[in-house]
Design a protein. Structure first.
Length: 276
């Protein structure tokens, strides 16, 4: 019995016994939001969660699945990562925004690195500023997608991380575009302080995102399980300032992985909705 059949079955049992979702929560000690998502077919719960709910409704796991060849498949499925239903449009747009942000950041970073060694710029000031503004808009859209994932997964830390990363990205880019002289050689104490602030804010943003993704690591598979570690490593190295150039490699790996993660989950959600 897979979703949405499982959710419908539980909802039917609950209604037959005259229980509200809140009353069922009191009997099985499961979050009401989780009950709602299970009954709506939005998530495939783990085996112990189903057992608790069924026992609260006077049923047992084996009784429900007894005599059905599907029981072993169900048990195996419940041991895997739960299935989450996201808003396809939100994630696909966030993924596209992530690609745009990645391109803007790479062009601006290349210009900054070139300028630090030769004092020359490969981008005009207008182009640099335009990329910065496009990047800020893209960052907002990207992190709204990350926030959406945290919301569906009930991951408060990822939601907080998305908001902070959005704010820090806007602040750092604003300093670069509007407050630091495009042709600066960083001899001014104010511009040195702003430059350090940009680096530190970027590092904090990646550290927060890393912590957020680590909070849901157990439900991920493949390289997605290591996204948090990559972001933490990148953020920590950036904050040291000395290791910031080396951190660029880890930033690129994380950014690309995050974009793929968003688009992949959008595609899964679309297929799930079509199947239902």
């Amino acid at each position: 019995m897979n979703q949405p059949e499982l959710g419908n079955y539980i909802a039917q049992l609950r209604k037959e016994q005259g229980l509200t979702q809140e009353e069922l929560v009191e009997k099985c000690n499961i979050n009401v939001r989780t009950i709602q998502r299970i009954e709506n077919g939005d998530v495939t719960p783990r085996s112990y969660t189903i057992k608790n709910i069924l026992e609260a409704l006077g049923k047992s796991f084996d009784e429900v699945y007894q005599g059905n060849k599907e029981i072993q498949t169900v048990k195996e499925t419940l041991q895997e990562s739960p299935t989450y239903t996201y808003n396809y449009r939100t994630l696909i747009i966030a993924g596209i925004a992530g690609v745009i942000l990645f391109i803007c950041n790479q062009l601006m970073t290349t210009n900054d690195v070139m300028h630090s060694f030769t004092t020359d710029n490969i981008l005009s000031q207008t182009a640099y500023s335009t990329l910065g503004i496009i990047g800020m808009i893209s960052a907002v859209i990207l992190y709204l997608g990350v926030y959406h994932i945290g919301q569906i997964r009930e991951n408060s830390l990822l939601k907080l991380s998305a908001i902070l990363a959005m704010i820090l990205n806007i602040c750092a880019t604003t300093f670069l575009v509007f407050y630091i002289d495009y042709n600066t050689d960083f001899t001014s104490s104010v511009e040195i302080a702003l430059g350090i602030a940009v680096v530190v804010m970027t590092g904090i943003a990646y550290i927060m995102l890393g912590a957020g993704y680590l909070a849901q690591r157990k439900d991920e598979q493949g390289i997605d399980r290591y996204m948090g570690f990559i972001a933490l490593l990148a953020g920590g190295m950036i904050i040291t300032i000395i290791l910031a150039p080396i951190a660029l490699l880890f930033i690129i790996i994380f950014d690309i992985t995050q974009i793929i993660y968003l688009i992949k989950n959008a595609d899964k959600s679309k297929k799930t909705q079509l199947d239902h």
